[in-house]
Design a protein around this ligand. Structure first.
Ligand code: SF4
Length: 185
């Protein structure tokens, strides 16, 4: 069993925060553990909680489609969230939950060792890049963080709510694909 699988096994029985009492499944992460890019959302939603996989609803379908459009294979990237359990009614993660769960994410980043971590949406960016992150102004920009290079792009659910943002989303994903392909030499 590799280190990522050991972390997953530990996470399966986690009771570090109250969300352990309401989850159906842990949503640990999915994809290639050797990926050059790691995508981070904020938390599982209802569908994710039911099946135990990240980004499987409408937002996930859009994410997968745009990845394919720019030549990224979803099976070849790694996707996870800041929280591994669903907050009730899909509310935003609170500080206690984030602090309890963040060590799992930081360990995932350490083990996957991506050349780029991509925050999906403002909440992930404000937790991982900078608390006052301005998603509409700072998406697509590379930042140096304590865990390596990071960038934020719009959350696919936000793009579904405002389809005029699709061009920005595709442009940022194109940039990510170029960085990933460049890092593969
Ligand atoms: S959200 Fe994270 S810290 Fe809280 S119970 Fe789930 S795995 Fe544990």
């Amino acid at each position: 069993m590799n280190e990522l699988q050991i972390l997953y096994e530990q996470c399966l029985t986690c009771t570090r925060c109250p969300l352990s009492g309401s989850r159906t499944n842990i949503v640990f992460g999915q994809g290639n553990p050797g990926s050059h890019v790691l995508f981070v959302g904020e938390a599982p939603g209802e569908k994710e909680d039911l099946c135990g996989q990240p980004f499987v609803g409408r937002a996930g379908m859009l994410l997968t489609k745009v990845m394919e459009q720019v030549g990224l294979d979803r099976q070849d990237v790694y996707i996870t969230n800041i929280l591994k359990c669903r907050p009730p009614q899909n509310r935003d993660p609170n500080r206690e939950e984030e602090q309890a769960c963040l060590p799992y994410l930081l360990e995932q980043i350490r083990l996957v060792r991506p050349v780029l971590t991509v925050c999906l949406g403002r909440i992930a960016a404000s937790r991982l890049i900078r608390p006052d992150f301005r998603i509409m102004k700072e998406h697509g920009i590379m930042f140096e963080t304590s865990f390596g290079p990071a960038m934020a792009i719009l959350h696919p659910a936000a793009v579904l709510r405002n389809i005029r943002q699709m061009d920005l989303f595709v442009a940022d994903m194109n940039q990510i694909a170029r960085i990933v392909k460049g890092s593969e030499g």
